[in-house]
Write a protein that binds this ligand. Structure first.
Ligand SMILES: O=C(O)CC1=CCC(=O)O1
Length: 96
């Protein structure tokens, strides 16, 4: 099942630089692993904002929630989830 996910990152201004750097590094490692596993299909930066839009390919909302809530930056992100289904005019056979 595909989900469009927008994550807006809001790190507290008083978060020490070292803590922020460690969180970002852990987030990167988790994101890279999930991409290699095929669960995090797209990851795009929103131009001009500390935010991303992503496409996840997971079994359903429960798995998505487990992934998102396990992200190192989860406590510092506003997340909006939109479930997706196939568009009848899409020419891409792999759209699910
Ligand atoms: O920088 C972001 O948008 C937050 C993030 C998600 C995956 C990642 O590596 O960073």
């Amino acid at each position: 099942m595909l989900f469009h996910v927008q994550m807006d990152v809001r790190l507290p201004h008083d978060l020490p630089d070292e803590t922020a750097s460690a969180l970002k590094q852990k987030e990167r490692e988790r994101a890279e692993r999930l991409q290699r596993e095929g669960k995090w299909r797209h990851l795009w930066r929103v131009a001009g904002r500390y935010a991303n839009v992503s496409i996840f390919d997971v079994s359903g909302p429960q798995e998505l929630h487990e992934i998102l809530s396990g992200l190192p930056l989860f406590p510092f992100m506003d997340i909006a989830v939109t479930p997706l289904c196939r568009h009848p005019s899409s020419v891409h056979a792999d759209d699910r």
